[in-house]
Design a protein around this ligand. Structure first.
Ligand SMILES: C[S@@+](CC[C@H](N)C(=O)[O-])C[C@H]1O[C@@H](n2cnc3c(N)ncnc32)[C@H](O)[C@@H]1O
Length: 269
């Protein structure tokens, strides 16, 4: 296979040329439907929403931007891949969304904020330096501002490799993709422990966490009927924030809140 989608100069995997592939494998079929259904249920519970402006970083085809825009949030969608952005622009016509072609790393110059609400879903795992990216997102938030962060879960990737029989790969802990081919295995899958440590360093508090697709991706057989599908959705919803299940969700969804400024000596009581 040709190396048709090289990494960006920063070593990130921009999704140029991947509109079809991305739409099919991440959003096509039951996996995508379940992801959207879970977000639809969880975002209003995990975030405090009052129509505040949203910056959607690495917004892709714009499904998340659309969700917020339809609920009255003015949205700015930042996305480095030109064809993804163009597709998003067409799909979101008529909604209060503005579009900007830029990578996350340009956020300080292009959309400095400070923002009351930032979303960054399924992007950090495609970057060569996700820790620096989280710091950039934290810098863009206003004190008390919320970051809705979703990351591809490295622990779930190990588990699914074992379930699929890729035992040597799991034993060698070779879980990362190279990002150089058409395959959509992330180059920097992330563990919960890392998010905890990095959030602390960025002065972000974890207000809530949930696993997205805690059962679906390990099923031996897809649900055979609409009734079974509804049962699966009910199970996903019931256990997505319950120990130990959330920890093996294919994605981990966080609400991170930027801590306020520490009081200076003059106003400490
Ligand atoms: C898996 S898609 C997720 C899209 C969208 N956030 C969603 O949840 O549907 C990852 C997106 O991150 C974008 N991306 C890659 N590197 C990026 C960077 N440095 N800054 C911002 N976005 C980036 C890709 O182009 C792609 O659109």
């Amino acid at each position: 296979m040709t190396d048709s989608t090289p990494l960006s100069p920063a070593g990130d995997r921009h999704f140029d040329g991947l509109v079809e592939k991305f739409a099919g494998s991440l959003y096509g079929g039951p996996r995508g439907a379940l992801r959207l259904a879970m977000l639809d249920a969880l975002l209003p519970e995990m975030l405090e929403l009052d129509g505040q402006p949203l910056l959607d970083v690495g917004g892709g085809l714009g499904q998340l931007s659309a969700w917020f825009a339809r609920r009255g949030h003015p949205v700015t969608l930042l996305e480095p891949a030109g064809d993804m952005l163009e597709q998003a622009r067409q799909s979101l016509e008529g909604l209060p969304v503005s579009f900007m072609r830029a990578p996350l790393q340009a956020l300080p110059e292009r959309t400095p904020g400070p923002w009351p609400l930032i979303a960054c879903h399924a992007v950090l795992e495609w970057l060569s330096d996700p820790r620096a990216a989280l710091a950039t997102l934290a810098d863009g938030l206003a004190p008390g501002g919320q970051l809705s962060l979703m990351v591809f879960n490295r622990d779930a990737l190990r588990f699914s490799n074992v379930v699929k029989g890729n035992l040597q790969k799991a034993l060698d802990d070779r879980l990362e993709g190279t990002g150089k081919r058409q395959r959509l295995t992330p180059i920097s899958p992330l563990s919960h422990d890392r998010i905890v440590a990095w959030s602390r360093q960025c002065r972000l508090s974890i207000r809530a966490v949930a696993g997205i697709r805690v059962f679906h991706d390990y099923l031996r057989h897809p649900p055979a009927s609409e009734d079974d599908w509804q049962r699966l959705v009910a199970l996903e919803r019931r256990y997505c924030q319950v120990e130990p299940h959330w920890r093996l969700g294919r994605y981990l969804l966080y609400t991170l809140v930027k801590e306020g400024d520490l009081p200076t000596e003059g106003n400490v009581r």
